[in-house]
Ligand binder design. Sequence first.
Ligand code: NAP
Length: 283
Amino acid sequence: MTAQLIDGNALAQQVRGEVAHRVQALKARGVEPHLVVILVGEDPASQVYVKHKVNDSSQTGLKATLERYPADMAEADLLARIRALNADAGVHGILVQLPLPKHMDADKVIETIAPAKDVDGFHVQSAGALMTGLPGFWPCTPHGCMKMLESIGYPLRGKHAVVIGRSNIVGKPMALMLLAQDATVTICHSRTADLKAQTLQADVVVAAVGKRNVVTADMVKPGAVVIDVGMNRDDAGKLCGDVDFAGVKEVAGWITPVPGGVGPMTRAMLLVNTIEAAERAAG
Ligand code: NAP
């Protein structure tokens, strides 16, 4: 069996198209959706990520402003800037790029963002909204994974999903989103005794670990959907996921590639959250 590919690039393009329409509709009502991205310090990876976020936004007509601050910025100054942005009705989304310099308390910084503008979905109120099913903002990576499942029309009700990884930004919210779709969910992690025994029972496997070949062909039930969140480098320095793609694609029913899978969808879902924030603010 050769799995069908879930093409994250193509789906992200479609999502961006939908966002662009919503941006036009809001602009027609006199509202300019606006995302502010804050970068503190000079972390090279972060600089690339924020550039993507601003460019992606501009391409859909969303206004995006990048605010850069030196690595020695005082935490109090950052908190004051966030409070000012919270109070600015012309700003709909606020994203503080992580990691922050060591002298800053990232939790405190994130908790200072108004939940209505928390387009990363990292605020504790956003997590609570996801937990309880109330309106909020879902973290972009698991949200993008759910969009990928939706795109293949996969019926999750009653299915068994295994999520490998339990971080607050990927594994845990992913499990809650699957649960909300009536899947039966197992969360695995580094202490899971027999990962293969779990994944072999799964109709859907989501790997969010950050280690190559965590999921191999012998661990996958024939026909299962395999979503690969991982971002790693192979021996040649090439980007790869947590899943042994070449082997697993012969067993799975659907599979996401790395690159070109969850990554572009994560970027697209930030735009969705931002336009959603602006629409909610506009009423
Ligand atoms: P994280 O916070 O480091 O969490 C990794 C999780 O994997 C932990 O829960 C850990 O278990 C578990 N784990 C480690 N070794 C394991 C093993 N051998 N078997 C089973 N579970 C194991 O990472 P994260 O932030 O969730 O990110 C996970 C991966 O996704 C990384 O590669 C990251 O770069 C990638 N990512 C990609 C995107 C994207 O847009 N594509 C976005 C976010 C993250 P414990 O809890 O027991 O330690």
